[in-house]
Design a protein around this ligand. Structure first.
Ligand code: MLT
Length: 304
């Protein structure tokens, strides 16, 4: 019998794949063989001697102390691609919202409550104030061409955007099926040059922390719309605030709101909703449960 501890609510569709006669699943197991988690931060947690593997139901593994796991021989898995479509859909939403000023126009429209017969006239005013451009023909820079980056790039091509992609680690024939219409840039700077939109899809590592900083934003075209559905720390928030003040960045759509960003004009905060769909939660749970079971029963590893 294997004991699996869940450190977040994990979709039952995944957990129910594990046969009850061989797996005991509990959120308060003390000596688990495996852990399945979503965003729970494991850093301060004591890891039991029995622990053999940790499965992250999601892409990023920065909530898991990889150095401690490596020292103790604990295998860490993630679920690449399992939530990519949900994230892609929210990135596209973010591009459209920021371009058409939908967030501000909704907030403004709510203020018309109680204005009675005046509402019609005021709407005409809103129509002028909140006008914004189409995304058709605009240039999108996609940094990071893993599952999510590729899906975003391909969808943007389908919407008629001019798409540039940059990823130093992935060959032209990307494993995830990058559209041939996506132009490959040789450097981050070349990728973002003249971009109207920049979206980042890279893991958070020491080398990628604050990759969007003053130096990079200074090279961008004025009015850039920046989207971050990867990790908050990839972006130097103070640099973005400075770039907004200078008119370099016209919108920062972030799935990682922080106190310093809230209330800043041009920042569009979203409470980490990229993978919050029933479909993504189910896909991640299924992949995490399958991987964990395969490892515990056969010792084979797929996405470590
Ligand atoms: C991810 O890394 O894929 C996301 O953080 C998933 C989530 O929201 O749990």
């Amino acid at each position: 019998m294997y004991t699996i501890q869940t450190l977040n609510e994990i979709s039952d569709k995944g957990l129910s794949l594990l046969p009850k006669d061989r797996y005991q699943i509990s959120s308060d197991a003390t000596d688990p063989d495996g852990i399945i988690l979503r965003s729970f931060k494991m850093h301060d947690m004591e890891m039991s001697e029995s622990l053999k593997a940790v499965a992250r139901a999601g892409a990023g593994v920065n909530n898991i102390p990889l150095d401690v796991c490596t020292q103790k021989g604990i295998v860490v898995f993630n679920t690449p691609g399992a939530n990519a479509n949900s994230v892609k859909e929210l990135v596209l939403t973010g591009m459209l919202i920021s371009s058409r000023k939908i967030h501000d126009s909704i907030t403004w429209s709510q203020t018309l409550k109680g204005k009675g017969a005046e509402v019609g006239k005021l709407v005409e005013k809103g129509k002028k104030n909140f006008a914004g451009p189409e995304i058709l023909g605009k240039r999108l820079a996609v940094v990071g061409l893993g599952a999510i980056g590729v899906m975003v790039a391909n969808a943007a091509v389908a919407l008629g955007m001019e798409v540039y992609g940059f990823d130093p680690y992935i060959s032209v024939e990307s494993a995830w099926g990058l559209s041939r219409a996506v132009k490959r840039a040789n450097s981050l700077e070349a990728c973002i040059a003249d971009a109207d939109f920049l979206t980042i899809h890279v893991p958070l590592l020491d080398s990628t922390k604050h990759m969007v900083n003053d130096a990079l934003l200074n090279k961008a075209k004025s009015g850039l719309r920046l989207l971050n559905f990867a990790r908050g720390e990839l972006v130097d928030n103070q640099a973005v605030i400075r770039a907004i003040e200078a008119g370099k960045v016209s919108a920062y759509v972030t799935d990682f709101p922080s106190d310093e960003l809230l209330g800043v004009d041009g920042v569009i905060p979203i409470p980490h909703l990229g993978a919050s769909t029933p479909e993504a939660e189910e896909n991640c749970a299924i992949m995490a449960a399958q991987e964990l079971a395969m490892f515990l029963e056969t010792g084979n590893i797929k996405n470590s």
